[in-house]
Every structure is written in C-alpha cells, then in structure tokens.
Design a protein around this ligand. Structure first.
Ligand SMILES: NC(=O)C1=CN([C@@H]2O[C@H](COP(=O)(O)OP(=O)(O)OC[C@H]3O[C@@H](n4cnc5c(N)ncnc54)[C@H](O)[C@@H]3O)[C@@H](O)[C@H]2O)C=CC1
Ligand SMILES: O=C(O)[C@@H]1CCC=N1
Length: 268
C-alpha cells in the first residue's frame, strides 16, 4: 500500500486516520498529517502513532495519496501553497463539501489525479459511508487503491459527481441528525426515570440494531416499522405523535437544506 498524507487533522481526518489505523491497512508509520496547532498534532500522534508536521509541503513530499482535509474556506489557499509539489503520479483525495473536481483542477491543473469523496465520521468506528468520484486521470488500479482505504473502515459507493450534494444530505451530514435523535430518545427515557448513561446505551443500541435490520433484512423500512406496532399497543401511540409533529417531513426538509447548502457552496 502507498503512503498516505493528510493536510488538516481535524474531526474528519482524525476519523479516517483512526479507521485506517484500526483496520491495519497500512503501518501508522506510512501516514503523515499536518495541522495548524501543536495540540492537534500531539493528539493525532498520541492517538494513532502517525507522523506529524506543521508544514503541509512535507505531507505532499512524503505521500503518494494526499487527503486535503481542511475546511472549504481555506481549500484553495492550501492547494495553492502545495501545488508545485503535486506531481502527476500523486493522487489528491478531496473530502470537502462544495469543492467540485473542476474547482480543484482549476487550482492544481486538469492533468492531475483527483478523487472527490464524501465520507462521514462513523469511519472512526469502522462504520463509515463514503461516496467516491474519480476524475478522468485516475486509472482502475488507482481507483482500487483509494477504494481500499475507504473500504477499510466502512462501506462505499462510486457515484457520479452530480449526486454528491445528495450524499452530503443523507450521509455526510446525517450523523449529526442521528446523534440528535439518540439524544432526544435518551431524554425521553431520563424523563421516565432512567439514569442518563443507561439511557444512551438503550437508545444508541436500538438505533444501531434498527439500521442493521434495514441493511440485512432487505425488508422495506415501513414493513419493519409495522412489525413493531402491536394493534392497540404502545408503539402506535408514539408513531401517531411523531406523524402529528411532522417527523418525516422535518427530516426530508433538513436533508434538503443540507443538499441546497452544498449546491450553494459549489457555486461560489
Ligand atoms: N466533520 C465531518 O463530519 C465531515 C467533514 N467533511 C469535510 O472535511 C473537511 C474538514 O472538516 P473537519 O474535519 O470537520 O474540520 P476541522 O476544523 O475539525 O479540521 C480542519 C483541520 O484543518 C487544519 N488546517 C486549517 N488550515 C490549515 C492549513 N493552512 N494547513 C494545514 N492544516 C490546516 C486545522 O488545524 C484542523 O486540523 C471539510 O472540508 C468538510 O467539508 C466531510 C465529511 C464529513
Ligand atoms: O457540515 C459540513 O459542511 C461538513 C460536510 C458534511 C459534514 N460536515
């Protein structure tokens, strides 16, 4: 496996690095990351045993595959800073919302190898979901190398770039909504007298198990919901309250808001 570098070592890069290291895909000694603050670099070095530097140019020099894992607003300046070191053989992996392949090619050159991706933070616990979209300069072998990274800590789909906005709404951003749902479920249990730690365990295991049923049973989510609703029972009372309060419409609107924001960021 080739060496991997990260410019930016924040929330998403840490989740990816943690996922790679836990899966033993490559030795942590073949991973290098840069960040602005010493405390961030100390944290990733201590947690994952990887190499660190404050100089992003060192990341590019020492890596075959380079993740640009900074916030979208500094993306172009970071690319400008390192672009003369991006040789034709290096693979640039982007993970930013709103950064199209075209916009990256405009800065580093359209002859460069670029893979646009949209991961999510559950990568850290081996349950990531990533959309992958290569540019025209990536060959099958190179695509497979990038896939093997994302596959080492979760699932992936190759998508057309036009679907990336939808991916952000449904999986890039969605862990935040799911955490809110878990928090609210637990609040309900706490209201009924359960200690909070225990409430998080019941709530999160229940969400994880339900997701697993959708993935593994091949049943429609509505059918799985019906299987929980006993006639005249407790669940249908709760379902009726959720419908009354537009739970599904709210979530569709929330996903659409994330999709729209992603589109707006892409057009800047
Ligand atoms: N957080 C998430 O759940 C997801 C984030 N993303 C994308 O990942 C990217 C990073 O997001 P987060 O990790 O959440 O941000 P973050 O703020 O946690 O991390 C950003 C990192 O970039 C570093 N940085 C900033 N300027 C730099 C520079 N000039 N040179 C080197 N390092 C620099 C910071 O020190 C920090 O370590 C964004 O583009 C975002 O769209 C994509 C999917 C999910
Ligand atoms: O909120 C954001 O912009 C990033 C992209 C997807 C998840 N976090």
């Amino acid at each position: 496996m080739k060496s991997i570098g990260f410019i930016g070592a924040g929330n998403m890069a840490s989740a990816i690095i943690g996922g790679i290291v836990k899966s033993n895909l490559i030795s942590s000694k073949k991973i290098i990351a840069s960040a602005l603050s010493d405390s961030t670099l100390e944290r990733v070095s201590k947690n994952f045993g990887i190499n660190t530097t404050k100089n992003s140019k060192d990341v590019v020099k020492n890596s075959d595959i380079v993740f640009i894992s900074v916030k979208p607003n500094v993306y172009d300046s970071v690319l400008e800073e390192v672009k003369e070191l991006i040789t034709d053989d290096k693979i640039i992996v982007t993970i930013a919302a709103g950064k199209t392949i075209k916009s990256v090619e405009n800065v580093i050159g359209c002859d460069k190898k670029i893979v646009r991706t949209m991961p999510n933070t559950p990568a850290l616990v081996n349950e990531g979901m990533t959309a992958i979209c290569p540019n025209k300069n990536i060959n099958d072998e190179e695509l497979n190398e990038v896939i093997s990274i994302f596959n080492s800590f979760g699932k992936y789909e190759i998508v057309k770039e036009g679907l990336i906005d939808a991916v952000i709404g449904v999986s890039g951003s969605s862990p935040a909504y799911v955490f809110m749902f878990i928090e609210a479920l637990a609040d309900g249990a706490v209201k009924a007298g359960m200690p909070r730690t225990q409430a998080y365990k019941f709530a999160s295991q229940s969400v994880m198990g339900s997701a697993k049923m959708v993935l593994e049973s091949e049943k429609h989510p509505g059918e799985l919901k019906d299987m929980v609703c006993s006639p005249g029972g407790t669940t249908i009372e709760a379902v009726a309250v959720l419908e009354e309060n537009n739970m599904r419409a709210s979530i569709i609107k929330a996903v659409t808001a994330a999709v729209d924001k992603s589109k707006e960021m892409s057009n800047k």
